[in-house]
Design a protein around this ligand. Structure first.
Ligand code: ADP
Ligand code: MG
Length: 342
């Protein structure tokens, strides 16, 4: 009898996580949320803690031929802080684990930690531990972030209700466009090392790829305005894919409008230059680390004038599906292409 072999690509990343989750039994009543959101939520006396972790691998998540180690360090922290923000919590501590091959010197590790420490300063978190080990193949970094909130402040992917307004922060698609530029310039350089890469006119998009900033500023502002989003997550895999997560988690549908989708001018122009459709970059580009959230209509007035929050659509009943209304007024079904790891 031959043993059955299932390729991971048959399940995909999310299918694999669901598959693993189905084998997990939660034993402790203090575990308020396990697998399935941006972070786990754990009871801690009069408040709750959130815990999240992300793993970054050289050659998969970053390329040291164009990513400075300092930026890699900053980004490794920022992507975790982004998941804490997505729970509407305040980050407090991180741990950092690294695996290094003998290609790396003490000076290289110092450069990495310069970025990690800068991020700790920027987000007001303490580096409280980690692990260090040898690697056979390049640099591996794993960061775990711990945050705090009151239980009522926590925002899950499951709370969106019909007629809530869908909001996104900042602009989208820039990190993907930045990656394409960095890869293009790398190929130019490899073909002719005499050629200096011309990156000056692309600093917005390359900056968004190399050194993203988690939107803690928005979390603090919403606290001041006493707004708790009905649902929230960060945009790491592309807007369309994240809308699918909120719709699935909340049992709702959504309609978004092409003319409301935020895109930076440089991102738009660079996408066109690269023969990429700017709207596809906005919908399916990864690594933006902006926030996607829903608010009750009663909170709209408080955010209406905010210069960096965009109201891209609204929540509908599940049976109404997920649609993008184009500039010409046609409704097209949203597809969650997302960022495929497998
Ligand atoms: P994010 O993009 O917000 O970092 P992911 O898509 O990586 O979230 O993960 C979704 C959920 O699955 C999270 O709750 C995460 O903790 C969990 N998860 C991911 N990989 C594993 C794993 N190998 N074992 C257990 N839980 C996992
Ligand atoms: Mg997330």
């Amino acid at each position: 009898m031959s043993e059955k072999r299932t390729e991971i690509s048959e399940l995909g990343e999310f299918g694999l996580i669901d598959h693993l989750n189905s084998t997990v039994i939660i034993k402790n009543p203090g575990t308020l949320k396990g697998i399935g959101d941006d972070a786990a939520v754990i009871e801690a006396g009069d408040h709750v803690k959130v815990v999240t972790t992300d793993l970054l691998l050289e050659g998969v998540h970053f390329d040291l031929s164009y990513a400075p180690l300092t930026h890699v360090g900053f980004k490794a922290v920022a992507v975790n802080i982004s998941d804490v923000a997505a729970m509407n919590a305040i980050p407090k501590q991180i741990t950092v684990s690294i695996a290094l091959s003998n290609r790396f010197s003490v000076e290289a590790v110092d450069a990495l930690y310069e970025g990690i420490n800068a991020a700790c300063e920027h987000y007001g978190v303490d580096l409280v531990g980690g692990d260090t080990t040898a690697s056979r193949g390049g640099l591996v970094i794993s960061v775990t972030a711990i945050g705090e909130a009151q239980k009522e402040q926590i925002t899950y992917r499951t709370g969106a209700k019909v007629n809530d307004i869908l909001c996104v922060t900042g602009d989208l698609g820039s990190a993907l466009v930045g990656l394409q530029i960095l890869e293009r310039e790398k190929q130019v350089y490899l073909a002719n090392p005499e050629m200096k890469p011309d990156l000056e006119k692309y600093t917005v998009v390359t900056g968004r790829q190399l050194r993203p900033d988690a939107r803690m500023d928005i979390i603090h502002e919403m606290r001041e305005l006493e707004i708790v989003p009905t649902s929230m997550m960060d945009i790491s895999d592309g807007l369309a894919s994240e809308i699918f997560h909120i719709c699935k988690g909340s049992g709702v549908g959504a309609t978004i409008y092409e003319d409301k989708l935020p895109i930076d001018k440089q991102t738009f122009d660079t996408a066109v230059e690269l023969n990429l459709d700017p709207i596809t970059c906005v919908l399916n580009g990864g690594e933006d680390y902006e926030l996607l959230f829903t608010i009750d209509q009663k909170d709209f007035e408080k955010l209406e004038k905010h210069s960096d929050i965009h109201f891209i659509g609204h929540i509908t009943k599940a049976e109404e599906g997920k649609y993008l209304v184009t500039k010409s007024g046609t409704a097209v079904q949203l597809k969650a292409q997302g960022w495929k790891h497998f």
